[in-house]
Write a protein that binds this ligand. Sequence first.
Ligand SMILES: NC(=O)c1ccc[n+]([C@@H]2O[C@H](COP(=O)([O-])OP(=O)(O)OC[C@H]3O[C@@H](n4cnc5c(N)ncnc54)[C@H](O)[C@@H]3O)[C@@H](O)[C@H]2O)c1
Length: 287
Amino acid sequence: MREFGRVGVVGCGLMGSGIAEVCARAGLDVLVAERGAEALAAGRSRVTASLDRGLRSGKLSADEREAALARLEFTTDLDEFADRDLVVEAVAEQPDVKTAVFKELDRVLGGGDAVIASNTSSIPIIDLAAVTSRPQQVVGVHFFNPVPVQRLVEVIPTQLTAQSVTDAVTDFAERRLGKTVVHAQDRAGFVVNALLIPYLVSAVRMLESGAASAEDIDNGMVLGCAHPMGPLRLLDLIGLDTAQSIAESMYDEFKEPLYAPPPLLRRMVAAGALGRKSGRGFYAYDS
Ligand SMILES: NC(=O)c1ccc[n+]([C@@H]2O[C@H](COP(=O)([O-])OP(=O)(O)OC[C@H]3O[C@@H](n4cnc5c(N)ncnc54)[C@H](O)[C@@H]3O)[C@@H](O)[C@H]2O)c1
């Protein structure tokens, strides 16, 4: 089975920082790219803060923390990705932003056998593969938030992905990163978001209609259905902008009204209330 030793991660927000962390903790050489110095510094502190939490909770020793940090490098220049075997793209859930990154990666990686994977939640993988010269080496590898904690990875081959690439990334996620893989077809939402997003946007509609308060909706699902977290708190964790983009992609794909982002979600995103990452969403958070 093909091994990936040098991993690149593009985007170091909620998901990219987690993907970079688990790869570094698994002993891989990891290079992380962000779009500017400020975002890079924020991404680096996100990874460091998560490793520090691991140390405090006893999940990580001081040596393991140091070793993980030593395996991580950061850059704002994608040209430095030329030697990567596997690049995981985790930039914003917007088709134009992702296709620009894919074109750039395709150029930088040249004609070799490097694999480009997208962590997209809902954008068709084939649309990203189609802007490259290597569609057989493009695959969806969808992690869950928070990446160091959640065990699942969805692997999504397109109609053009080589079977050897699907097998290699599946083996990578399972054996190197210790995750459990489910395979999904290249349809917006894959398995988990196809089921989750209608539920989350229904909770927003329920709040919007005045049927119940945010606390009562969340308590209902936590105490009544034993969910670890209610739907509105989960939206705050995912990021309302990301959830809106996922709902939009799913609506574009299926034209089902139940996927359409409700007005309240759109207004909150427009107001900058993005959830935990902005300090305010359906609930308020300390910085
Ligand atoms: N939030 C979740 O719960 C979740 C779960 C699974 C998958 N995803 C997917 O992961 C991806 C990232 O989501 P997120 O929640 O981490 O978003 P985020 O907003 O936290 O992070 C995105 C990061 O990408 C960076 N970025 C944007 N353009 C870039 C570029 N051209 N080059 C380098 N960096 C760039 C931004 O500066 C930002 O730090 C999305 O496709 C999303 O759908 C999100």
